[in-house]
Design a protein around this ligand. Sequence first.
Ligand SMILES: *[C@@H]1O[C@H](CO)[C@@H](O)[C@H](O)[C@H]1NC(C)=O
Ligand SMILES: [Cu+2]
Length: 236
Amino acid sequence: MRTFLPLLAAAGVAHAHFTMQYIWVNGVDQGKNVGIRVPPNNNPVEDVSSPNIACNVNGATGVAQTISVPSGAEISFEWHQHDQRTGEDPISGGHKGPVQVYIAKAPSTAQSFSGSGSVWTKIYQAGITNASSQQWASDVVNANGGKHSVRLPTSLPAGEYLLRAEMIALHTASSYPGAQFYIGCAQIKIASGGSADPAKVSLPGAYSGSDPGIKINIYYPAISNYPAPGPAVWSG
Ligand SMILES: *[C@@H]1O[C@H](CO)[C@@H](O)[C@H](O)[C@H]1NC(C)=O
Ligand SMILES: [Cu+2]
């Protein structure tokens, strides 16, 4: 029995973390890991200068499936600590912080697109959702079965894209590295659309370890306005 103890201890550490496992399109579950670039484990990325900050570890490599979505679709992202929907805390309640969503248009197919370069546009952010209770966007996700949603702007051109959802856990962020970036990227194809050409940033590039939303003590003083890292939201 003694030899099992280190394994159990290691598993206990991993329990705290989570990954993005399901995409929903207009309320329809697309299936576990379908269209998603699955990282090797549920550990966060902590180095904002690493290529892993784009689409997590191994995230520059495409997967076979790309999810078809109508113009203006509501996309939901669902996260879990483990490889299952167990009813446990979806993302582990101690992980407090913002939720952000970015999109990047592939030059050709989403499968062949690495997500490198100045290609990312932020389409959603939520930080502190109730200052008096110090409720974070992550608390809302945890209470909502691990899900959060965004509506795609209808002005996005038809084509294939990477969608990047990000939850940043700030419970250990008072020094850098310390903030934990949980990142999930999905491949989608928008059948029809508009002709928008929004501003774009690169990842890595858009974040710095000294950003006030990345190196931050969230416990004192209490946060009323969270300075989200990265560019402003483009709303279409
Ligand atoms: C915010 O939190 C306070 C304190 O817990 C609570 O009374 C209030 O109802 C909350 N507001 C919303 C909009 O949920
Ligand atoms: Cu964790």
